[in-house]
Ligand binder design. Sequence first.
Ligand code: ZN
Length: 483
Amino acid sequence: MCERLWTVEPLPSIVPPMLTNDLIEKFSAIVGRAHALTSEAGIAPYLLEPRGKFSGHSPLVLRPGGTEEVSAIVRLANDTGTAIVPQGGNTGLVGAQMPAGEIVVSLSRMNRVLHVDDADNCITLEAGVTLHNAQEAASAKGLIFPLWIASQGTCQVGGNLATNAGGINMLAYGNTRDLCLGLEVVLASGDVWDGLTSLRKDNTGYDLKHLFIGCEGTLGIITAASMKLLPSPADRATVFAAVSSPVEALELLSLVRRMSGNAVVAFELMPRSGVEMSIEHAGCRDPLEGRSDWYVLFELAGFDAEGGMKTKATSILESAFEEGLVDDATVAASTQAAQDLWRIREAMSEVQRLEGGSIKHDISVPVSKVPAFLDQATALVKKLLPGCRPVPFGHIGDGNIHFNISQGVGEDREDFLAKWQDVSGKVHAIVREYGGSISAEHGIGTLKRDELAAIKQPVEMEMMRGIKQLLDPNNILNPGKVL
Ligand code: ZN
């Protein structure tokens, strides 16, 4: 055990109190009756996430219209020991947004884009703006907001920040943390920290925004943010290629980086099993004639004259064929063709739901170790789950694989899912052998909370608990999540 630098008392355990009618009235008055939901039907959409894995219960959903209202809610919650769960687009994958009796504070009404600045290359927006709308606002000024995740039509920027979302463009532009310039946050006391800034450089002490990015609503409620924008590439090329294994996929990535002048903005690995599910359930077309065990989908983006990127992609593929890295490939001839190729990858999570139960992992290992991890973990799950169908896919260029396993055909869903914990524990043990992470981009929530202490050093847990105690001494902000 490390020597403690400070005393960390156990956080008060918040048993969600039976909210009295009087307290419900007081909370409701802050947002106005129309925006305080108490009926079963009104609350229901906030209690189940789209995949149906996590469900919750709550007596009250508050939909504040501005930061002052969030502040008033949190102040009252702190004064009365009432726990609250902040919620964005409710697309989180680890249960962090689900209430277990607490009041839900939904940021959805706070959906204004406040400012897009093409001189500072910055967008300032409220937390409830959907990722799609943030992208559109940037695009209207000829810029891009380069966060790209499958749920972008529904997820909200505040939630992206609170979970430090990664996604498909992380390879080129970084994750949500890397894209953030400043935050406005409501603290557990109800105080508002206005840290909205477009400054690129600011070395004046601790960079506090990083405490709230990825905190999953446990340290404060993000109410607004300023985010980086980038010039919109004039030209793109999208390539779908068959490779014989993840080893060739990584060699291809090196070649593409070298030959394109590092213009690769996405590089995704997919197995045949997943491509077949997208063809079967998402209406996708098989892009290549033959079958291959593995595919990569990659995108180049740059500022050459139109068509320049396709020419570049074609010459890269010629070299890749010569070096034996690629067996077959297609370069999308149109924007529609590129979207069709991306649909195969984007549908890969949702189509697995239609194939029965799926045991999911969001792991990362050093990029060079992905092929060895895949070999070892696939052999393991085939032994543990005879008849299962591994569907590992994802951001191989970041070392982040969604190591998902679909149940065997005809197998009982519940029997299969009952093995989740045992299988995950063993897969995560392999991840740790490679010095990897058991949550690369989805967070901890409740799904991985109990594993956290086992993977973190004691000194890391001490620091995290100390920060939680400092910023939320009464444990009213999303209690029971992360820690
Ligand atoms: Zn992902």
